[in-house]
Structure formats: structure tokens, C-alpha cells
Write a protein that binds this ligand. Structure first.
Ligand code: ADP
Length: 398
């Protein structure tokens, strides 16, 4: 055990999320969020012990400026000398990595090579890594990939039924995402249920703004609902999930829209937002549905129904089902969606325990099925930062 600190960074094209964790306790000492990067009014907000402080980044409104401001904040708190390693969330490793790795020049080149698979995210992740290397000189940096955990998927799960030359030539296949969360939650579920993860068939639903499900058998991912990009699969906050691919030509022909415009509609204007015509936020949808708003009622039902269909299909991938797990902001908090999903999936042997379902929220883990259910449903809070910190500590030899 060591009382060193791990810095975890998660960079988007215009944002940077950071957390500083104590390596031995897992406690978070500092959170930060830099927004509007590459715009003149960029800023970073620090959160320490529940108190927020906003710092202007206009002097250097980019990822380097944000990491520099973070170092200044750590100096002010007297913590800079205790940072021992930095872990980076990296979105896509394609087929290059099936585990987290210590970053060197070859790893940087491999991440760069995967840019066509995550054109918005990987370049931002690289900017974050370079900024960390320049500002926290000499510290080990570790890459933890969203795609890595799903590299165990068999070819019949990851291949699209299109000419195979596109896979060979371009790497066009299903990769899946949320891998860090699935790895963490799979381990936690086995621990919580007192079962051996190497002898457990699980379907985990990670339901946040982005949402996906994965089939995990004996600790390994067998299939997942997201594909080449996070657009495939479930109804999400603003993403459509599965649609007939002909939606593209239909909209292009009828409205003369470009590929980029249609991609934006499916990624940013669809899902709960598109259906309800109100909001992408599940809480708002639930509140308005309770008041009888027709769009919100439909959005909630579609979200739950699509999820239930996917859970049943993922039970095929897992070779059966011992545990159904809910995680992510919606999975951990929405008793309404969990109840609807269990109702649709009752034929699989899931019987809802109403009281337990209402009690499992605000970060509480809990079984939400009755004792006579043949399949156990459980709520397990995810913690991607902790998983990244643990990988970072291990690979840095801490
Ligand atoms: P992200 O994918 O951005 O990490 P989160 O995992 O934080 O997202 O999940 C955000 C979603 O969780 C939002 O749709 C939010 O409305 C939903 N959520 C949070 N708390 C509740 C709640 N009490 N009831 C229903 N939905 C909730």
C-alpha cells in the first residue's frame, strides 16, 4: 500500500475532466472540469470537499493550459509532490490493445493510428497525454482504453454482415465502449454476490447519457450493444441507437441532407431528446411522463423496451443469465426504468422486489429481485476513475 496520489484525466475535444485519487484508500481529493477549451472564455472548475472554485483559462485556453492550472491548484493544496502517476482514459485502441498500457512513443503512435475509429476523441486524448507529459515531467503515464475489455468478443459478435474487405482494409467492425466501467462492475458484482466471477453469466446495463449493455461470461466480454461507434444499440440521451441504415438515404433523398448533417441528427438530436421533444435528461423525462406528457411517456417506454430486448439477446451471448446488473446514472437511480425492464424480462425468471428497488439509489448497491427469482437483478454503482487509477498504479509499479 502507498499513500501516493494518482491523477486521472479524461479529455474531450473541448473539455478536460480530472480527478486526484489516493492510491491506498481510493478517496477522491480533487475533481476538476475544464470547459470551452480552444475558445477565448475557457475556464476550469475545481471541486474540493464539495466546494467549487472557477479559474479563468483565457491566458492559455487549451488542454495544456488546463493541466497547468491543475498543477497550480495541486501546489496550492500542497499535493503536487505526492502525484506519482497519471492515468488517461483513451476512447479507442482498435484491435491494438486488449489491456491498459504504460505509455511510450509506440503506444502514442498506436493511439494516433486509431484516430479514424474515434476522430473526435483520440486526438483529444493525445493532447491530454502530451500536456501531462510536459507539465508533470518524468511521471509515468498509463492509457486505459474504453474498447480494450471487449477485445474478447468472438468474430461472430464483432463482424458486420457487409463485405469482409472493409474489415480487412479499414478495421470496420464492432468494437464496443464503456469497457472500463464493465470491467469494474463485473468484478464488483461478483464480490457483492459472493460468487466466483469465472463462473458467472452476467448482463450489465451501463445507462448514462450514453448507454450500452454487455454480455459477460466468466469475466470476459462476449458481446455488447455499441459497435464501430457509440451510436449503435440502445435508445440514449441524444443518440438514436439502432435504426434501419436506410434512414441515411431516406433523409438524404427527401431533405437533401449531407452525411454529416444526418450523423448529427442521429447522435445529437435523437434518443430521449428526439422522442420527447423535451430533454435528454432522464430525470426530466420521468417527471414529465408522471404528469402525462405524451412524448415523455413514449420516450420512457421506448428506452425500457429496447433495453429489455437487448438484455434478452445478451443472455444468448452470455450462454444464459445468472445476474442482470444496472449501473450508470440512470441504472443506479431510476427505479422506474428498472421496474419496467424487469417487467418486460419477467419471462427470464426475474421478479421485482418493489421495496428493494426503491431503496437502491444514490450510490447504494442492492439486489432488487425477490428471493424466489431464478435470475438475480442487482444495482452496482460504477467507478471508472477508480478503475483507471488502479490500472495506473499497477502498471507504474506503485
Ligand atoms: P454520463 O454518461 O454523462 O457519465 P451519467 O452516468 O452521469 O452520465 O448519467 C446521467 C443520466 O442519469 C441522466 O440522464 C440523468 O437524468 C440520469 N439520472 C441521474 N439521477 C437520476 C435519478 N434520480 N432518476 C432518474 N435518472 C437519473
Amino acid at each position: 500500500m502507498s499513500n501516493k496520489l494518482i491523477l486521472v484525466l479524461n479529455c474531450g475535444s473541448s473539455s478536460l475532466k480530472g480527478a486526484v485519487l489516493d492510491n491506498s484508500s481510493g478517496d477522491i481529493l480533487l475533481n476538476c472540469l475544464a470547459e470551452k477549451l480552444n475558445l477565448a472564455d475557457a475556464y476550469i472548475t475545481f471541486k474540493v470537499n464539495g466546494e467549487k472554485q472557477k479559474v479563468d483559462l483565457s491566458a492559455q485556453p487549451n488542454h495544456t493550459g488546463a493541466v497547468g492550472a491543475l498543477l497550480e491548484k495541486l501546489k496550492e493544496m500542497g499535493l503536487d509532490g505526492r502525484i506519482a502517476a497519471i492515468g488517461h482514459r483513451v476512447v479507442s485502441a482498435g484491435e491494438a490493445f486488449s489491456e491498459s498500457v504504460l505509455i511510450n512513443d509506440e503506444v502514442m503512435a498506436a493511439i494516433e493510428k486509431c484516430t479514424p475509429l474515434a476522430p473526435l476523441h483520440n486526438p483529444a486524448n493525445l493532447l491530454g497525454i502530451r500536456a501531462a507529459q510536459n507539465i508533470f515531467k518524468g511521471l509515468p503515464n498509463v492509457a486505459v482504453f474504453d474498447t480494450a475489455f471487449h477485445q474478447t468478443m468472438p468474430a461472430h459478435a464483432y463482424t458486420y454482415a457487409i463485405p469482409r474487405k472493409y474489415y480487412r482494409e479499414l478495421g470496420l467492425r464492432r468494437y464496443g465502449f464503456h469497457g472500463t466501467s464493465y470491467r469494474f462492475v463485473a468484478d464488483e458484482t461478483a464480490r457483492f454476490l459472493g460468487k466466483d466471477k469465472n463462473n458467472l453469466r452476467m448482463v450489465i446495463a451501463h445507462l448514462g447519457n450514453g448507454a450500452s449493455v454487455a454480455a459477460i461470461k466468466n469475466g470476459q466480454s462476449q458481446d455488447t450493444s455499441m459497435g464501430l461507434t457509440p451510436l449503435e444499440g440502445l435508445v440514449m440521451g441524444t443518440r438514436s441507437g439502432d435504426v434501419d441504415p436506410s434512414v441515411f438515404s431516406f433523409l438524404a433523398d427527401n431533405l437533401k441532407l449531407s452525411v454529416q448533417e444526418i450523423t448529427d441528427i442521429l447522435n445529437k438530436q435523437s434518443g430521449l431528446l428526439g422522442i420527447s421533444e423535451l430533454s435528454n435528461d432522464c430525470r426530466t423525462i420521468e417527471e414529465e411522463a408522471a404528469k402525462g406528457h405524451e412524448g415523455a411517456v413514449l420516450a420512457l417506454e421506448m428506452f425500457s423496451y429496447r433495453l429489455a430486448k437487448y438484455i434478452a439477446s445478451m443472455a444468448v451471448a452470455a450462454g444464459g443469465l445468472d445476474a442482470l446488473v444496472f449501473t450508470g446514472g440512470i441504472g443506479e437511480n431510476s427505479d422506474t426504468i428498472r421496474a419496467k425492464v424487469l417487467d418486460y424480462c419477467a419471462f427470464l425468471g426475474l421478479k421485482l422486489d418493489n421495496e428493494a428497488n426503491l431503496a437502491a439509489r444514490f450510490g447504494n448497491a442492492g439486489v432488487i429481485t425477490t428471493a424466489d427469482s431464478t435470475v438475480t437483478a442487482v444495482v452496482i454503482p460504477t467507478n471508472e476513475e477508480l478503475m483507471i487509477a488502479q490500472d495506473t498504479a499497477r502498471l507504474s509499479g506503485l
